[in-house]
Write a protein of this length. Structure first.
Length: 267
């Protein structure tokens, strides 16, 4: 009598295969839901038009030769790419049980988030292009040339990716669409307590002190250097460090919440 053969078990296809499968699905869903990114385009266009229209003449009178449109285009891009993520789709997957089925599949757990984040990186880098086109139409040029435009897109995309950890952590912790949609509020202190409207030298008192410790201050400084002054290694280095610092916090938080969810078995 022969021993019964063991039932077949599914085997992992490997980390890269897991990652490409999940990222491909997220990108396909993103392409079917392009209307969901419309607000990400309206907000930066609105702020660029309002800020330039209301403050350009004042800055040009106070500092002849100061190009306020070039000063504002990085702000518009940051508003376009910050908080844009597939976290709302993750909530849908959680509510429909698809995410829970993924957690029991033979795939690397880290790919559950990284696959979505690859799609986010593609999206946020794509979002910088129409905003830059708006700047070019308005007469903004790049002192760093075509390679500087590419570096600008990559740096802005990395910032968008760094920030996505926060909405993913909220999605995994709450499973609530409303909570995820409100995650952009987290960006408000970063966005307005910095050099959004005026150079750092013009900020005084507590606002100047807060801006000194705000990572967005150094991100904007690096992006503006590519537009206005060329390849400034110091400014770009500080911008990269700011992105890495925020990314380390947000990504560690998101993956910690993911591990907690998997450990608790919460549905």
């Amino acid at each position: 009598m022969t021993a019964a053969s063991a039932p077949p078990t599914a085997r992992s296809a490997g980390f890269l295969a897991d990652l490409s499968t999940l990222a491909g699905r997220a990108i396909r869903l993103m392409l079917r839901d392009l209307e969901g990114v419309i607000p990400a385009m309206i907000v930066p266009v609105f702020f660029f038009a309002v800020n330039v229209g209301s403050l350009q003449d004042q800055f040009e009178r106070a500092a002849p030769g100061f190009d306020y449109k070039a000063f504002q285009i990085p702000v518009a891009v940051i508003f376009a790419v910050t908080g844009v993520s597939r976290a709302s789709n993750l909530v849908i997957d959680i509510q429909q049980g698809y995410f829970d089925r993924l957690t029991i599949a033979p795939i690397r757990r880290v790919s559950l988030l990284l696959g979505l984040m690859i799609a986010d990186l593609v999206l946020v880098m794509a979002l910088t292009v129409p905003v830059l086109l708006m700047g070019f139409i308005a007469g903004v040029g790049f002192a760093s040339g075509p390679l500087g435009v590419l570096a600008f897109i990559v740096l802005a995309g990395c910032w968008g990716l760094a920030f996505t950890g926060f909405p993913y952590a909220i999605a995994l912790r709450t499973g609530s669409p409303a909570a995820v949609n409100s995650s952009f509020i987290l960006f408000f202190p970063f966005a307005f307590l910095t050099t959004t409207f005026a150079p750092k030298e013009a900020l005084t008192g507590w606002l100047g002190a807060v801006a000194t410790y705000n990572p967005v201050t150094y991100l904007l400084e690096g992006l503006r250097s590519l537009v206005s002054s060329g390849w400034d290694a110091a400014a770009l280095g500080r911008a990269a460090l700011a992105v890495l610092a925020v990314g380390a916090v947000s990504q560690l938080l998101a993956h910690a919440v993911l591990r907690g969810r998997l450990t608790s078995g919460r549905r």
